[in-house]
Ligand binder design. Structure first.
Ligand SMILES: Nc1ncnc2c1ncn2[C@@H]1O[C@H](COP(=O)(O)OP(=O)(O)OP(=O)(O)O)[C@@H](O)[C@H]1O
Length: 236
């Protein structure tokens, strides 16, 4: 992504966001509330129009080859929307009609993967937030995407739900070689889940695409690094 800019009418938004996510990364996009994470994620999934900048996904230019670019992308942006009046199975079955080559076995495998087999026939409206998040993730995985974009996937989850989601993401990255781009305002969560981090603050990128392992050679924690970086930018 190079120079991504989206300024809303009220003057807020994001400016000149540039970084690369590489295959196999679990890339954390870290920033406080209102920093601009969702705006960037909407920009790279076509949910809002960007005013400037280029986004390439798996070699495809988002401006000119949108469908090819998005064919390999699964995403959950803002809310884990599920159809509450449908069962877990029906949710996946319904959405699977939009994709070629998804069969019953794939749906069962996904339900198993996100630990919802037991609740296959239960209405999603009765699910906990964690279960809804996992169902939404299963739905995003239906087309077997190479890149998964998740906006605050552990937001509002309890400890168990958070651990389950984190382990699931790590498992998918390791075993299925999926690449993740994940936004979060939770520094510890990013430290535990991701291998790289970019920091956004007040609509500007403070730092981009650094390996967390290398950060921890110089800093006690990602939190110390974050505070150092944001201070250096004169922001706190
Ligand atoms: N549709 C909109 N119209 C005007 N301003 C907006 C709009 N959407 C977001 N903003 C503003 O743009 C800035 C970035 O918002 P954004 O939702 O991208 O931040 P975020 O980092 O995702 O925050 P959060 O973690 O709270 O969701 C904020 O100041 C927000 O108030």
């Amino acid at each position: 992504m190079a120079g991504l800019t989206k300024i809303y009418k009220n003057g807020r938004g994001v400016k000149d966001i540039t970084f690369d996510v590489y295959t196999g990364d679990i890339f954390g996009f870290l920033g406080p509330n209102g920093a601009g994470k969702t705006t960037v994620m909407k920009g790279i999934t076509g949910l809002n129009t960007i005013q400037k900048g280029n986004v390439r996904i798996l070699g495809y230019d988002l401006n000119f080859q949108f469908e090819s670019a998005m064919r390999n992308v699964g995403s959950i942006i803002e809310t884990a929307d599920v159809y509450e009046y449908m069962s877990a199975y029906e949710n996946l079955k319904f959405v699977s009609r939009f994709y070629k080559n998804v069969n019953e076995e794939d749906i069962d495998n996904l339900l198993e993967l996100v630990n919802l087999t037991k609740y296959k026939q239960e209405k999603a409206g009765k699910f906990s937030l964690g279960m809804k998040q996992r169902l939404a993730l299963a739905r995003a995985l239906l087309p077997n995407p190479k890149l998964i974009i998740l906006d605050e996937p552990t937001n509002g989850l309890d400890i168990e739900g958070t651990v389950q989601m984190r382990n699931l993401i790590k498992e998918l990255a390791e075993k299925r070689k999926m690449t993740f781009f994940i936004s979060s305002h939770l520094v510890h969560e990013v430290e535990l889940m991701c291998n790289k981090v970019a920091i956004i603050h007040e609509g500007r990128l403070v730092n981009s695409g650094i390996s967390i392992e290398s950060i921890k050679k110089d800093f006690n924690s990602l939190e110390d690094f974050y505070l150092d970086q944001v201070k250096e930018g004169g922001k706190v």
